[in-house]
Design a binder for this molecule. Structure first.
Ligand code: MRU
Length: 358
């Protein structure tokens, strides 16, 4: 996707410098900084502090993390320990474990002198596959937007939560891919962007990337979606997911569940877009999903540009107050209208998923 008219992916390998390049998302939207990851520790840290985030991009970064570990020290104990540390760097998005497991499986039985080439090829393949999957999610989701447009004959208003956009994947995004495809096809779309407290991925990242692609969008406070649905100003919701169980239950950024409840009450279709790498085929009970709890400073402090155009962080809570920062929640399958995947759209259920993914 484009930033100031130039095509970028969110992660790539720089052969000349033997480094992994990322866009540092903690600096967006005020600064666009490309950063080098040179060691597996750099990759782990980038995932932890959310320089990279979003389930598919975390997976891609972890895959490149294995490459960096091999380049650093071609030793099986070090590689294994690094793979475990990568998996633990964030607990909820299943893509992380999926990508590390796929890398480790690919490396099993490979000669030492071929390890780094095989690993690099596989990390690149994981990223290429994600781009293709996200593009197909877009084409499948486009049909839903087109249907709404053909009935309404007017601008389609779509609500999204957090950033399940280009920046959360390698390219295209999941929830935003149908929107980008609709826009390219000339269907008028407008996106209601949930700010997504506390880290403001909606305001800082989704609105930013939609602006760069010239897609009309409006940031709203997280609690505004309900009244907009009651007023008929939202035609559909599309969100991403960090882990979707084979039961169709969807774990995503905190606040997704409340949006799904409001959508259900107002007969607004609520879609979840995901690549198959986000499906957890093992867990059956959503209460077993590990829900990340992050530092409460993400709530009590906000960062922004001061009047001298300098990025500043300030405390907004009473100094003595405690705060609690759960990063994800689960939307039960019964509130999900459909899952938009690379293979097509299905109902959020074991039968629906099995029909697409035998
Ligand atoms: O904490 P984050 O910013 O990594 O959370 C991201 C989300 O919740 C996204 O919706 C999800 O990862 C899907 S990204 C295509």
């Amino acid at each position: 996707m484009k930033i100031e008219g130039k095509e970028y992916r969110t992660i790539w390998f720089d052969e000349q410098n033997q480094a992994v390049k990322i866009i540092d998302q903690t600096k967006l939207p005020h600064e666009f900084i490309i950063k080098d990851l040179k060691t597996v520790k750099d990759a782990i840290n980038a995932i932890k502090v959310m320089e990279v985030r979003g389930a598919p991009l975390i997976g891609g970064t972890a895959a490149y993390g294995i490459v960096l570990a091999i380049m650093e020290k071609n030793d099986s104990n070090f590689i294994k320990k690094s793979s475990e540390e990568l998996i633990q760097s964030r607990p909820t998005a299943i893509n992380l474990k999926w990508a590390v497991d796929r890398m480790m499986k690919k490396l099993t039985g490979v000669n030492n002198n071929e390890l780094s080439k095989v690993a690099l090829d596989e990390a690149k393949a994981i990223c290429e596959e994600d781009v293709k999957f996200c593009e197909n999610i877009g084409l499948n989701g486009l049909k839903i937007i087109e249907e709404i447009y053909n009935k309404k004959k007017d601008k389609v208003n779509i609500l999204t939560h957090c950033n399940a956009g280009w920046l959360a994947t390698i390219n295209w995004g999941t929830a935003t891919s149908p929107i980008y495809h609709a826009h390219k096809k000339g269907i008028p779309v407008h996106v209601w962007v949930d700010e997504t407290r506390p880290r403001n991925q909606g305001a800082n990242l989704t609105s930013y990337e939609l602006n760069e692609e010239k897609i009309p969008n409006t940031i709203i406070a997280d609690n505004t979606g309900g009244i907009l649905m009651q007023r008929g100003e939202i035609d559909m919701c599309i969100v991403g997911t960090d882990r979707t169980l084979s039961t169709g239950d969807v774990c995503n950024k905190i606040g997704t569940y409340l949006k799904a409840l409001a959508a259900h009450d107002n007969n607004v279709p609520f879609y979840v877009a995901l690549p198959s790498s986000t499906i957890d085929w093992n867990l059956k009970n959503f209460k077993d999903i590990p829900i990340e709890e992050r530092n409460s400073e993400e709530l009590s402090h906000v960062e922004g540009l001061d009047k001298n155009n300098k990025v500043t962080k300030i405390l907004i809570y009473p100094k003595k107050s405690k705060a609690m920062n759960l990063a994800f929640d689960v939307t039960p399958a019964k509130y999900v209208t459909g899952l938009i995947t690379e293979k097509g759209v299905c109902e959020a259920s074991t039968e629906g998923l099995k029909r697409l993914f035998k």
